[in-house]
Design a binder for this molecule. Sequence first.
Ligand code: PEP
Length: 288
Amino acid sequence: MQAMMLVLVLSPVLAFYGGARLPAMRRQAVAPAMAMRTSVIGGNWKMNPTSLEEAISLANAVSKEYDGSKGEAVIFPPFPFLGPVKETIDGSSIHLGAQSIFFEDKGAYTGAVAASMVKSMGCTHVLAGHSERRSIFKDDDMAINRKVLKILEAGMIPVLCIGETKEEYDAKLVESVCAIQLAKDLAGVTAEQMKTIVIAYEPVWAIGTGLVCPADVAQSTHAYIRKKLGDMYSPEVAEEVRIQYGGSVTPDSVDELMSMPDIDGCLVGGASLLADSFVRILNYEEEA
Ligand code: PEP
C-alpha cells in the first residue's frame, strides 16, 4: 500500500524525467511543509556552434557523459538545431530548451518563432529576458512578461533572466533593478505558476567577460530575490523557486557558487560550448 502511494506521488516526476536517473535533492527542507529544490544547470549556446555537425557532436558528448544524478540539465541550442539535437539527446538526462520565443501564437511575424513550435520540437524550458535579448534585440519588460506568460501557457518552464548593468552595480542599484524586473516581468503570473519558473540572476557585467560575481555577493543577491518573491507571493512559494546564477561560470567557479544556500543552479554560456567543461559544471561538487 505504502509502495503504491509512493508511485502515485512520484508519477508526475517520473513522467518529467522520462525514466532517466532521478536527480539528487540538494536542499534540506527548512520546515516540513517546504519543498526541496532540485538544482538546474543550463547551457546557453547563443549563436553557436556554426554548423549542424558541431551541434550534434557537442550534444552527443554532453548527453553521453552526464547521468542526471546531480540535477536537471538543459541545453539551449539555436533554433535550427533543435530537432537534430533533440534526436541526439533523446533517452538521456539532458533536456532541450529554446533561447527565446515570440509572444504571438502565429501569423505574419517574419523571422519569429512561437512557443507552440518549440514545444512541439520537444523543448521543456525557454529563456526569457536574457540581457543580450534586452540590449541587442530591444526586448523590453512588457515583451518579456508576455513571453513568460506564453511559455507558461504552452506548458514549458520559463527561465527568466534578470540582472544589473555595470553602471547600475556601481550605483548600488542591484536590488532595485532586480525588484523592478521581477515585478514587471512576472505581472499576471499566479503563485502556482511561479513555483515552476526558474529565475536566472545574471549580472550583465559578468556575462561573457570572465568576471565572476564573488559567490558570497551572488548569494546575498539571490537571498534578496527570494525575499522579494516572498513579498510578491508568499515565503512558501519563494522557497520553491529555483534561482540560478549566470555570468562567466567555469569548472573553477561552479563548486563555490553551488555551495551557497540560495544558488540552485547556473546558466552557463561560453563554458557550455566545450563538452568537458560543461559536464564538469553539471557534476559540480558542493564545498563543505
Ligand atoms: C549567458 O549567456 O547567460 C552567460 C552567462 O554567458 P557566459 O557564461 O559566457 O558569461
